[in-house]
Every structure is written in structure tokens, then in C-alpha cells.
Design a protein around this ligand. Structure first.
Ligand SMILES: CC(C)(COP(=O)(O)OP(=O)(O)OC[C@H]1O[C@@H](n2cnc3c(N)ncnc32)[C@H](O)[C@@H]1OP(=O)(O)O)[C@@H](O)C(=O)NCCC(=O)NCCS
Length: 188
């Protein structure tokens, strides 16, 4: 029995870690985390000019401001010693019959990865989605990003399909995953 225990659920995140909703004042730090983590994650797969252009547009504070403290958004930062070390952003997506949300961003600074921070953000988000009676969460991850895929699979996401997505001058293949949200997710 003990052989089957998943370390993901045994290890606790670093002491002093806080997961809280993002504020407008955090947005420059969020952009900083995105820049560092994108460069470390996608340096082999996304051309530098496409990365730069995407980050510049998507993480400009005025372009993120609408997601701060807004209905249908659950946007969290992970803070350690007053520094933002990661963030995760879930948002409600329209669906005619199902209450669905998408995890649109999840990034943890490279030197803080594998310490349970991503898991802590995910669990906080799932609890909020359950509280809001969401039934399903989906996420799209670059198909070649094996570590992130393993991470999501370890957290109950099931592969659905691949799709291509334009990113500047290139097309990236994204793997789409879905996960049911249930009352069990209320227990963070
Ligand atoms: C994917 C990502 C968000 C996960 O966040 P994380 O903080 O590294 O995740 P966790 O630490 O909770 O879990 C990651 C691994 O660390 C292990 N782990 C968890 N808690 C741990 C702890 N306290 N000590 C050591 N290892 C731990 C887990 O077993 C897990 O292993 P696995 O990935 O082999 O299953 C993060 O690695 C990241 O930002 N990656 C680059 C960007 C990216 O790919 N984002 C996803 C885009 S869709």
C-alpha cells in the first residue's frame, strides 16, 4: 500500500508560502515571473521574438488589470518572503450547459519549482472553482512540455486532444486536458 503513495500529496510546500488573490500592485512582479519562467521553459521551442512579443502584450499590467478582483476570474500569486514566486490564473469560459473554467496561466520561478508551490496554487484554485460550482476545468499545455504534462496528469487532468495555435510567426501544438471539479476539491 505504501508503495503506491504519490509524493505529490505527501510533501508540503515551503514554510511561509502564501497563496492569495493578485492585486494591481503585484502585476509588475507577475510579468517578471512570466518573463523568467517563459525563457527557461520555452527557449528550445518558441522563437525569442515570438516569446518577447507575446509576453510584452499579454503581461502588460494594463492588459492584465481586467482580471484582478473580477467576477469569473480566480487569479492567484504565490508569495514567499514578500516576493511573488509564482502565479496561476483560472477563468470561467462560456458553455451552454456546463459550468466550465480554464486554467490559462500557471508559472513558478525556476529556482522555486518542485517544492510544492504549483500544487498549492492548483489546490487553492480548484477549491475556489468548487465553491463557485464549476463542474470542469481545462488547460492547454505545449505538447512538448513533458514535465508540465506529468504535473497536470498527477493532478487528475485527462488528455483530451491536440490543437495547433498561432504564436507570432509559428504554430505551436497544444495538448488539451480536462479535469472534473467536485465537492472533494473544497478540502484544500
Ligand atoms: C508546471 C509548474 C507550474 C509546476 O509547479 P511546481 O511548483 O514545480 O509544482 P510542484 O512542486 O507542486 O510539483 C512538481 C513536482 O515536484 C514534486 N514536489 C511537490 N512538492 C515537493 C516538495 N515539497 N519537495 C520536492 N518535490 C516536490 C512533485 O512530486 C512534482 O513532481 P512531478 O512533476 O514529477 O510530478 C512549474 O514547474 C512551472 O512553472 N513550470 C514551467 C512553466 C510551465 O510549464 N507552466 C505550465 C504551462 S501550461
Amino acid at each position: 500500500m505504501e508503495d503506491n503513495l504519490n509524493p505529490l500529496f505527501l510533501l508540503s510546500p515551503p514554510e511561509g508560502l502564501t497563496i492569495r488573490l493578485v492585486t494591481l500592485a503585484d502585476l509588475p512582479q507577475v510579468a517578471h515571473v512570466a518573463r523568467i519562467t517563459w525563457d527557461a521553459t520555452y527557449n528550445q521551442t518558441i522563437a525569442p521574438e515570438n516569446r518577447r512579443e507575446f509576453l510584452e502584450r499579454s503581461y502588460r499590467p494594463e492588459n492584465l488589470a481586467d482580471a484582478v478582483d473580477a467576477p469569473g476570474h480566480w487569479f492567484y500569486v504565490a508569495e514567499l518572503k514578500q516576493e511573488v514566486v509564482g502565479f496561476g490564473h483560472f477563468l470561467q469560459r462560456y458553455h451552454p450547459t456546463q459550468r466550465r473554467a480554464e486554467l490559462v496561466r500557471l508559472y513558478v520561478l525556476p529556482e522555486y519549482q518542485h517544492e510544492g508551490i504549483g500544487t498549492a496554487i492548483l489546490k487553492t484554485g480548484f477549491a475556489a472553482l468548487a465553491e463557485a460550482h464549476m463542474q470542469q476545468c481545462f488547460v492547454s499545455v505545449q505538447a512538448s512540455n513533458t514535465p508540465a504534462r506529468k504535473f497536470y496528469e498527477g493532478h487528475g487532468f485527462v488528455f483530451h486532444q491536440n490543437h495547433g495555435q498561432f504564436l507570432g510567426t509559428q504554430i505551436v501544438i497544444m495538448a488539451e486536458y480536462t479535469r472534473p471539479i467536485s465537492a472533494k476539491d473544497l478540502e484544500v
